[in-house]
Design a protein around this ligand. Structure first.
Ligand code: COA
Length: 254
């Protein structure tokens, strides 16, 4: 079964997480499919806008924890980092439709989108510390910038989830909708963008991102060094083993 569905219509490429039974957690093959689709869409004249969406009950539970332990990212050319660089440098409009849980990269990828629409059931969380890890996707830079340090600390240090209403208030999402309407409304907004002159869209986006892009890429690399080291350390092993064994982690020795 294809775990990343791809649909192309009228200049809009829609990528849909299709692994609901595992809460749309993302394995290496899915990162590879996402990265390849984004890389191709960047250079393909027929693609003017990309949408990333999930199911109306769940956006994504983030990294597939079991797969992540088995297939630790090997270097910056591994699929997860290709995907992160792809969304961080994507030159055309990138839109997300988020309903239900959006965990880890399910939330951090949104900071690279231009528009985000959320179902009123959306729950955003970045529990990297709870997993013995550190932020990725330049979230250590982008989350404090958008939320301010104190709210970012609740999200990144305590790993506390926040709901659609808060995401709207801080500017992470553009609009909150009933989950049954979220993907359709997002598709409508994508079609509107795809009908606009692509050159103007791309130049405007490039100007809006400005010098921030270089800082974002540097931060993705810096975080990756710490993330890779921490993946092999006792806290992460304990947290991930505890998740798979469905018990609370014991960090008393970490
Ligand atoms: N990696 C691997 N498997 C995952 C997963 C993940 N990130 N998230 C969920 N699953 C699996 C569960 O182990 C469970 O498998 P099982 O049916 O064999 O028991 C199945 O998907 C359903 O998940 P469950 O936890 O029962 O669903 P829920 O509706 O109660 O909770 C979440 C949904 C997303 C809140 C919860 O699954 C969760 O917190 N997942 C982990 C998120 C996480 O830490 N991600 C890593 C970020 S770096």
């Amino acid at each position: 079964m294809t775990e990343i569905l791809q649909h192309h219509d009228a200049g809009v490429l829609t990528l849909t997480f299709n692994r609901v039974e595992r809460k749309n957690s993302i394995n290496v093959a899915m990162y590879d499919a996402l990265a390849t689709a984004i890389e191709q869409a960047a250079g393909d004249a027929a693609t003017r806008v990309v949408v990333i969406q999930g199911h109306e009950a769940v956006f994504s539970a983030g990294n597939d924890i079991e797969d992540f332990l088995k297939n630790k990212p090997q270097g910056m050319d591994s699929p997860v980092f290709r995907f992160l660089r792809g969304i961080a440098t994507f030159p055309k409009p990138l839109i997300a439709a988020v309903c239900g849980p959006a965990v880890g990269i399910g939330t951090t990828l949104l900071f690279h989108c231009d528009l985000v629409y959320a179902g009123d059931n959306a729950a955003f969380s970045m529990p990297f510390v709870n997993l013995g890890l550190c932020p990725e996707a330049a979230s250590s830079l982008l989350v404090p910038q958008m939320l301010g340090h104190h709210r970012a600390a609740e999200a990144l240090l305590l790993g506390e989830p926040f709901m659609a209403e808060t995401a709207l208030e801080v500017g992470l999402v553009n609009r909150v909708l009933p989950p049954t309407e979220c993907n359709a409304y997002t598709a409508e907004q994508a079609r509107k963008l795809a009908a606009k002159p692509l050159g103007s869209l791309m130049t405007t986006k490039r100007l809006m991102k400005g010098e921030q892009q270089a800082a974002v890429l540097t931060r993705i690399n810096d975080e990756a060094i710490h993330f890779a080291r921490m993946l092999g350390e006792p806290a992460a092993r304990e947290a991930m083993t505890a998740f798979m064994e469905k018990r609370k982690p014991d960090f008393s020795k970490c």
